[in-house]
Design a binder for this molecule. Structure first.
Ligand code: 13P
Length: 295
């Protein structure tokens, strides 16, 4: 596996008009599925380590798992910390040599978000690691927001310009109407706001809550500066649905390799579908040295 700087990956994506899929990893099979999809599609991918799996398995265990499974595999990837919840956690990821770290200070007032994000940027950039910041509030679909509440949570353009300028982040997660989890109806993406942000800030933008967003809305968002799209729920859904199908057929199937093998295939299929939708297929830079893991 060739590990690539998050910034390099996303600057190229924005310049060439496609988005890199940032896929959440949860276990051996999800990592294998993302790597296999990257190889088959010759697509750069981000492998995200999120807060739930950090609690469940540990950050270090997940990084080592990805590095080990990536050995000798012709994938192009960046290991990414999703929704880093403190300066200390971001530093832990930096020490583990992630290629990309998100610090999510969006719940703080702007000043405090800027202050902590800036410290994360200084620490990460000192060792060549890229940083994602977040501004505005990306809700969960379970939050059930009213339209006016949703409007209030959108990323403010002036704040974004100031945040990017003062923190030095490499890419910015924006709140433009998407939410984490499956949607009850069709999500409304505020393309006008997204356009205003991309015109004011020239860095790659990140769309969270990629699961369940109709394909045509994704296609519309990418030319407006979206260079990274996070996908988690749809992968977990594919994984568990495949396992359920195995057990429906044979409730006495106790071999996890059989059950999780089906799940792995289902996740890989879903990742490939997203890679093609995002236009990142065929966009890996190509590499000859498979033994050099660190970029
Ligand atoms: P989904 O679970 O909606 O795909 O969102 C993933 C995400 O944005 C992780 O940060």
């Amino acid at each position: 596996m060739k590990l690539v700087s998050g910034k390099d990956m996303l600057v190229k994506a924005r310049a060439e008009g496609y988005a890199v899929g940032a896929f959440s990893a949860h276990n051996i099979e999800t990592v294998q599925a993302i790597l296999a999809a990257s190889v088959e599609e010759r697509a750069p991918v981000m492998i995200q380590i999120g807060q739930r799996v950090i609690k469940h398995a540990g950050m270090k265990a997940m990084v080592k798992l990805i590095e080990t499974l990536g050995e000798g595999v012709e994938a192009e990837a960046a290991i990414h910390l999703d929704h880093g919840n403190s300066f200390e956690q971001a530093v832990q990821a930096i020490q583990l040599q992630f290629q990309s770290v998100m610090y999510d200070g969006s719940h703080h007032p702007l000043e405090k978000n800027i202050e902590i994000t800036k410290r994360v940027v200084e620490a990460a950039h000192a060792v060549g690691i890229s940083v994602e910041g977040e501004l505005g509030r990306i809700a969960g679909t379970e939050d059930d927001l009213t339209v006016s509440e949703e409007e209030a949570f959108l990323t403010n353009v002036e704040d974004a310009v100031r945040f990017v300028g003062e923190t030095g982040v490499d890419y910015l997660a924006v709140a433009v109407g998407t939410a984490h989890g499956f949607y009850r109806g069709v999500p409304k993406i505020h393309f006008d706001r997204l356009d205003d942000i991309q015109l004011a800030c020239s860095l790659p933008l990140v769309l969270h809550g990629g699961s369940g967003v109709p394909d045509h809305l994704i296609r519309e968002a990418i030319p407006l500066g979206i260079a990274k799209i996070n996908v988690d729920t749809e992968l977990r859904h594919a994984f568990t649905l495949a396992a359920q199908k195995v057990w429906e057929k044979n409730p006495k199937e106790y071999h996890l390799a059989t059950v999780h093998g089906e799940s792995r295939e289902a996740v890989k299929k879903k990742v490939i579908e997203k890679i093609r939708l995002f236009g990142s297929n065929g966009k890996a830079k190509g590499h000859s040295n498979l033994t050099s893991n660190k970029s």
